[in-house]
Design a protein around this ligand. Structure first.
Ligand SMILES: NC(=O)c1ccc[n+]([C@@H]2O[C@H](COP(=O)([O-])OP(=O)(O)OC[C@H]3O[C@@H](n4cnc5c(N)ncnc54)[C@H](OP(=O)(O)O)[C@@H]3O)[C@@H](O)[C@H]2O)c1
Length: 212
Protein backbone atom coordinates (compact mmCIF):
# COMPACT_ATOMS: atom_id res chain seq x y z
CA UNK A 1 0.00 0.00 0.00
CA UNK A 2 0.93 3.65 -0.29
CA UNK A 3 1.51 5.26 3.10
CA UNK A 4 1.70 9.02 3.61
CA UNK A 5 3.48 10.12 6.75
CA UNK A 6 3.02 13.67 8.00
CA UNK A 7 6.07 14.44 10.09
CA UNK A 8 9.79 13.92 9.64
CA UNK A 9 10.77 13.61 13.31
CA UNK A 10 11.78 10.45 15.16
CA UNK A 11 8.24 9.07 15.01
CA UNK A 12 7.71 9.81 11.32
CA UNK A 13 11.00 8.18 10.36
CA UNK A 14 10.48 5.16 12.61
CA UNK A 15 7.03 4.52 11.14
CA UNK A 16 8.39 5.10 7.64
CA UNK A 17 11.13 2.49 8.18
CA UNK A 18 8.57 0.08 9.63
CA UNK A 19 6.16 0.36 6.70
CA UNK A 20 8.99 -0.09 4.22
CA UNK A 21 10.19 -3.15 6.17
CA UNK A 22 6.71 -4.65 5.82
CA UNK A 23 6.54 -4.12 2.06
CA UNK A 24 4.80 -0.75 1.66
CA UNK A 25 5.75 2.46 -0.17
CA UNK A 26 6.12 5.61 1.89
CA UNK A 27 6.09 9.33 1.23
CA UNK A 28 7.13 11.57 4.11
CA UNK A 29 5.51 14.99 4.32
CA UNK A 30 7.49 17.89 5.74
CA UNK A 31 7.99 21.62 5.21
CA UNK A 32 11.62 20.82 4.34
CA UNK A 33 11.88 17.64 2.23
CA UNK A 34 15.63 18.19 1.79
CA UNK A 35 15.95 17.34 5.52
CA UNK A 36 15.19 13.68 4.79
CA UNK A 37 17.26 13.32 1.62
CA UNK A 38 19.63 10.81 3.24
CA UNK A 39 16.64 8.76 4.45
CA UNK A 40 15.06 8.60 0.98
CA UNK A 41 18.43 7.79 -0.62
CA UNK A 42 18.89 4.88 1.80
CA UNK A 43 15.57 3.26 0.86
CA UNK A 44 15.48 3.52 -2.93
CA UNK A 45 12.29 3.66 -4.94
CA UNK A 46 9.85 2.76 -2.15
CA UNK A 47 10.74 5.94 -0.23
CA UNK A 48 10.09 9.55 -1.15
CA UNK A 49 9.46 12.90 0.47
CA UNK A 50 7.49 16.00 -0.39
CA UNK A 51 5.23 18.63 1.09
CA UNK A 52 2.53 17.76 3.64
CA UNK A 53 0.03 17.98 0.73
CA UNK A 54 2.15 15.62 -1.42
CA UNK A 55 2.27 13.02 1.37
CA UNK A 56 -1.43 13.30 2.20
CA UNK A 57 -2.40 13.00 -1.45
CA UNK A 58 -0.06 9.99 -1.93
CA UNK A 59 -1.20 8.03 1.11
CA UNK A 60 -3.97 5.46 1.02
CA UNK A 61 -3.33 5.42 4.76
CA UNK A 62 -1.99 8.59 6.40
CA UNK A 63 0.04 8.60 9.60
CA UNK A 64 -0.14 11.86 11.53
CA UNK A 65 3.15 12.29 13.41
CA UNK A 66 3.49 16.02 13.98
CA UNK A 67 4.32 18.09 17.02
CA UNK A 68 0.99 18.85 18.68
CA UNK A 69 1.19 22.62 18.43
CA UNK A 70 2.12 22.37 14.73
CA UNK A 71 -0.63 19.86 13.93
CA UNK A 72 -3.43 22.27 12.88
CA UNK A 73 -0.99 24.10 10.64
CA UNK A 74 0.37 20.85 9.15
CA UNK A 75 -3.17 19.63 8.42
CA UNK A 76 -4.06 22.93 6.80
CA UNK A 77 -0.93 22.80 4.63
CA UNK A 78 -1.80 19.18 3.74
CA UNK A 79 -5.25 20.21 2.47
CA UNK A 80 -8.45 18.71 3.90
CA UNK A 81 -9.52 17.24 0.52
CA UNK A 82 -6.46 14.98 0.51
CA UNK A 83 -7.82 13.14 3.57
CA UNK A 84 -11.34 12.54 2.34
CA UNK A 85 -12.51 8.99 3.13
CA UNK A 86 -9.01 7.90 4.13
CA UNK A 87 -7.75 6.20 7.27
CA UNK A 88 -5.76 8.74 9.28
CA UNK A 89 -3.78 7.30 12.18
CA UNK A 90 -3.34 9.95 14.84
CA UNK A 91 -0.06 9.25 16.63
CA UNK A 92 0.17 12.70 18.21
CA UNK A 93 0.02 13.52 21.88
CA UNK A 94 -1.23 16.98 22.88
CA UNK A 95 1.77 17.70 25.08
CA UNK A 96 2.30 21.05 26.77
CA UNK A 97 5.94 21.82 27.53
CA UNK A 98 5.25 25.43 28.59
CA UNK A 99 6.22 24.60 32.18
CA UNK A 100 9.23 22.49 31.11
CA UNK A 101 9.66 18.73 31.37
CA UNK A 102 7.97 16.46 32.09
CA UNK A 103 5.15 17.89 30.02
CA UNK A 104 1.46 18.10 30.85
CA UNK A 105 -1.52 17.61 28.58
CA UNK A 106 -2.77 20.61 26.59
CA UNK A 107 -6.28 19.15 26.40
CA UNK A 108 -8.14 16.50 28.39
CA UNK A 109 -11.14 15.22 30.40
CA UNK A 110 -13.88 16.65 28.14
CA UNK A 111 -11.95 16.73 24.87
CA UNK A 112 -8.78 15.24 23.37
CA UNK A 113 -6.24 15.54 20.60
CA UNK A 114 -7.84 12.64 18.73
CA UNK A 115 -11.24 14.36 18.72
CA UNK A 116 -9.61 17.63 17.67
CA UNK A 117 -7.97 15.89 14.69
CA UNK A 118 -11.29 14.24 13.74
CA UNK A 119 -13.00 17.66 13.88
CA UNK A 120 -10.24 19.20 11.73
CA UNK A 121 -10.65 16.35 9.21
CA UNK A 122 -14.39 15.61 9.26
CA UNK A 123 -14.27 13.46 6.11
CA UNK A 124 -11.36 11.31 7.29
CA UNK A 125 -11.61 8.11 9.34
CA UNK A 126 -9.36 8.95 12.27
CA UNK A 127 -7.93 6.20 14.46
CA UNK A 128 -5.83 6.97 17.52
CA UNK A 129 -2.94 4.49 17.73
CA UNK A 130 0.78 4.21 18.47
CA UNK A 131 0.62 7.18 20.89
CA UNK A 132 1.16 5.13 24.07
CA UNK A 133 4.71 3.97 23.41
CA UNK A 134 8.09 5.50 22.54
CA UNK A 135 9.12 5.32 18.91
CA UNK A 136 11.98 2.78 19.40
CA UNK A 137 9.35 0.20 20.46
CA UNK A 138 6.78 0.94 17.75
CA UNK A 139 8.01 -1.82 15.43
CA UNK A 140 8.50 -5.43 16.55
CA UNK A 141 8.54 -4.65 20.28
CA UNK A 142 10.60 -7.34 21.97
CA UNK A 143 9.58 -7.93 25.60
CA UNK A 144 10.03 -11.08 27.66
CA UNK A 145 6.32 -10.89 28.62
CA UNK A 146 5.24 -11.21 25.00
CA UNK A 147 3.71 -8.69 22.62
CA UNK A 148 2.51 -5.55 24.42
CA UNK A 149 -0.98 -4.11 23.94
CA UNK A 150 -1.76 -1.19 21.66
CA UNK A 151 -5.05 0.39 22.63
CA UNK A 152 -6.77 2.09 19.70
CA UNK A 153 -9.97 4.05 19.20
CA UNK A 154 -11.91 5.65 16.38
CA UNK A 155 -15.41 5.99 14.97
CA UNK A 156 -15.01 3.75 11.90
CA UNK A 157 -14.85 -0.02 12.36
CA UNK A 158 -13.25 -0.70 8.94
CA UNK A 159 -10.55 1.89 9.63
CA UNK A 160 -9.79 0.24 12.98
CA UNK A 161 -9.61 -3.16 11.24
CA UNK A 162 -7.05 -1.77 8.81
CA UNK A 163 -4.99 -0.28 11.67
CA UNK A 164 -5.20 -3.60 13.51
CA UNK A 165 -3.71 -5.34 10.45
CA UNK A 166 -0.80 -2.89 10.55
CA UNK A 167 -0.36 -3.49 14.28
CA UNK A 168 -0.38 -7.26 13.71
CA UNK A 169 2.38 -6.87 11.12
CA UNK A 170 4.33 -4.60 13.47
CA UNK A 171 4.14 -7.18 16.31
CA UNK A 172 1.43 -5.81 18.61
CA UNK A 173 -1.71 -7.11 20.25
CA UNK A 174 -4.54 -4.64 19.60
CA UNK A 175 -7.40 -3.70 21.91
CA UNK A 176 -10.14 -1.49 20.47
CA UNK A 177 -11.61 0.73 23.21
CA UNK A 178 -14.38 2.33 21.11
CA UNK A 179 -15.02 5.72 19.50
CA UNK A 180 -12.52 8.52 19.01
CA UNK A 181 -13.49 10.01 22.40
CA UNK A 182 -11.42 7.13 23.83
CA UNK A 183 -8.47 9.45 23.09
CA UNK A 184 -9.43 11.08 26.43
CA UNK A 185 -8.04 7.90 28.00
CA UNK A 186 -5.23 7.08 25.58
CA UNK A 187 -3.55 10.49 25.77
CA UNK A 188 -3.31 10.42 29.61
CA UNK A 189 -2.07 6.83 29.24
CA UNK A 190 0.75 8.22 27.09
CA UNK A 191 1.47 10.63 29.97
CA UNK A 192 1.87 7.62 32.27
CA UNK A 193 4.37 6.14 29.79
CA UNK A 194 6.19 9.49 29.67
CA UNK A 195 6.31 9.92 33.48
CA UNK A 196 7.83 6.44 33.81
CA UNK A 197 10.34 7.39 31.10
CA UNK A 198 11.43 10.42 33.16
CA UNK A 199 11.60 8.28 36.31
CA UNK A 200 13.70 5.48 34.81
CA UNK A 201 15.63 7.41 32.18
CA UNK A 202 14.84 4.89 29.48
CA UNK A 203 12.00 4.01 27.14
CA UNK A 204 12.14 0.23 27.52
CA UNK A 205 8.54 -0.17 28.63
CA UNK A 206 5.10 -0.71 27.14
CA UNK A 207 1.63 -1.60 28.42
CA UNK A 208 0.05 -5.05 28.37
CA UNK A 209 -3.54 -5.97 29.22
CA UNK A 210 -3.57 -9.17 31.29
CA UNK A 211 -6.64 -11.38 31.36
CA UNK A 212 -7.74 -14.53 33.14
N1 LIG B 1 8.76 10.73 20.30
C1 LIG B 1 8.07 9.62 20.53
O1 LIG B 1 8.65 8.55 20.78
C2 LIG B 1 6.56 9.66 20.49
C3 LIG B 1 5.82 8.51 20.80
C4 LIG B 1 4.42 8.53 20.66
C5 LIG B 1 3.80 9.69 20.20
N2 LIG B 1 4.55 10.81 19.92
C6 LIG B 1 3.88 11.98 19.37
O2 LIG B 1 4.11 11.91 17.95
C7 LIG B 1 4.25 13.21 17.39
C8 LIG B 1 5.58 13.29 16.65
O3 LIG B 1 6.66 13.12 17.55
P1 LIG B 1 8.17 13.49 17.12
O4 LIG B 1 9.00 13.32 18.34
O5 LIG B 1 8.54 12.78 15.88
O6 LIG B 1 7.93 15.06 16.82
P2 LIG B 1 8.81 16.26 16.33
O7 LIG B 1 10.11 15.77 15.80
O8 LIG B 1 8.87 17.25 17.41
O9 LIG B 1 7.92 16.88 15.16
C9 LIG B 1 7.48 16.16 14.05
C10 LIG B 1 6.95 17.04 12.96
O10 LIG B 1 6.14 18.14 13.44
C11 LIG B 1 6.15 19.11 12.41
N3 LIG B 1 5.90 20.46 12.91
C12 LIG B 1 6.40 21.05 14.02
N4 LIG B 1 5.95 22.34 14.09
C13 LIG B 1 5.17 22.53 13.01
C14 LIG B 1 4.41 23.64 12.55
N5 LIG B 1 4.37 24.81 13.20
N6 LIG B 1 3.72 23.51 11.40
C15 LIG B 1 3.74 22.34 10.71
N7 LIG B 1 4.44 21.26 11.12
C16 LIG B 1 5.13 21.34 12.25
C17 LIG B 1 7.58 19.06 11.85
O11 LIG B 1 7.49 19.39 10.48
P3 LIG B 1 8.76 19.74 9.58
O12 LIG B 1 9.30 18.41 9.15
O13 LIG B 1 8.19 20.54 8.48
O14 LIG B 1 9.73 20.51 10.46
C18 LIG B 1 8.04 17.65 12.11
O15 LIG B 1 8.08 16.91 10.91
C19 LIG B 1 4.13 14.19 18.57
O16 LIG B 1 2.80 14.66 18.63
C20 LIG B 1 4.47 13.33 19.79
O17 LIG B 1 3.86 13.81 20.98
C21 LIG B 1 5.90 10.81 20.05
Amino acid sequence: MKIGILGSGDVGLKLADSFIATGHSVKIGTRSPEKVASWTAKHGNRASAGSFADAASFGEIIMLATLWEGTPSALKLAGAKNFSGKVVVDVTNPLDFSKGAPPGLAVGHTDSGGETVQRLLPDARVVKAFNIVGNPQMFKPDFSGGPPTMFICGNDGCAKKSVTETLDAFGWETVDIGGIEGSRLLEPLAMLWIMYYFKTGNGNHAFKLLRK
